[in-house]
Ligand binder design. Sequence first.
Ligand code: AMP
Ligand code: GLY
Length: 424
Amino acid sequence: MKVLVVGSGGREHAMVWKLAQSPRKPILYCAPGNAGIASLATCIPMKSDDVGGLKNFALQEKIDVTVVGPEAPLALGIVDEFRKARLRVFGPTRNAARLESSKIFSKEIMARAKIRTAQAQSFEKMADALAYVERQELPIVIKADGLAQGKGVIIATTRDQAKQAIVDSMEKAVFGQAGKQVLIEQFLDGEELTIMAFTDGKTVVPMPPAQDHKRVDDGDMGLNTGGMGAYCPAPSGTAEMQDQVCREVLQPMVDAMARLGSPFQGVLYAGLMVVDGTPYVLEFNARMGDPETQVVLPLLKTDFLDVIESVVEHRLDQLPIEWHRDAAICVVMASEGYPGPYQTGMPLFGLPSTAISSDSSMVFHAGTAQKGNAIVTAGGRVLGVLGRGRTLSEAQREAYRAVKTISFEGCHFRTDIAYRALKA
Ligand code: AMP
Ligand code: GLY
């Protein structure tokens, strides 16, 4: 059994690591991978958005199933191309992935499926958008329609900020084509929660609730990042909340996409705001979250390969999926300057030598590369250090115990991952 994982971050390292534990002993490939992934899989020097190249590789190598990590290749239609070539692939088609690649499309389907979400209006003309914000309550949320690497959402607390965000997106094109249309959305105040689910286009199986930390500094202060850490389970995602989200959000969305003739297969990610006990959708993603994957997949008891195959073969209803009951926390160690400009090539010290972790901790590589005998930094987010325990506070202790043993020049990380959950 040959499996190809597409991507190069901490999420993909977690996927490859989980697949490496499968009793079915798959032969693993990753494109392009990183220095950590290289200890578990053969890394193929091919960009994750090189759809044609990846397809040819999968055909040549006779890959049995491909798992797509990031959103860019999904939005480019990697799943459609692979299927045309009769290759099995885990992820949504280009049309289904529009739930993430177009926030306006996503809102339309939510409205049709009667899924609760913040009220919003979409705009193609800047003058209309500027006139609209004059009449709205503050704060107000301005969102670029397309993929903007997590930077396309501005929460404006003044009218001037809102107008600036509209001009930046629609006229100055700071998000390129992705910001030519914007969505202007009501601000929701509540508690954020992520629930991801496996789906084969019909059956929906939710994963334990997780929460990431997007801001760079402790106390959720400072600039937005791709994610400085995550934890699972998130206490606000009680069993009742999980059921409610399945019933009122995930299943209706999967059903709506099937009715539309674009069945959604893979992982559907619901980013939610819980307001007075009621979940509202902030966004859908068409893939697993990063760094949420690094805390959710370690808790999966069922063989990940079995889950992937039952999704691809549309028989998810026949696979009982089980989870460990413990807790996981991931602390991201980042390069000096991140999320702004940063240098790479700093040697890493103190990395554990085993590719498969101890029971209580694991180091997932995100932006690393092999240089001679050394492993060096190669990205903004460098490592995701996982701690596990019976409780979140035990997991937090384990994660930071492992963080302390690792170093590289300029390294920074948050010291309070999961603080909201632990305070509650
Ligand atoms: P998104 O990419 O849509 O998840 O937005 C990124 C972040 O912006 C979310 O994780 C929230 O913290 C925040 N956000 C997005 N939409 C809203 C909203 N309508 N009200 C309040 N916060 C929001
Ligand atoms: N951690 C949020 C995301 O993966 O989009």
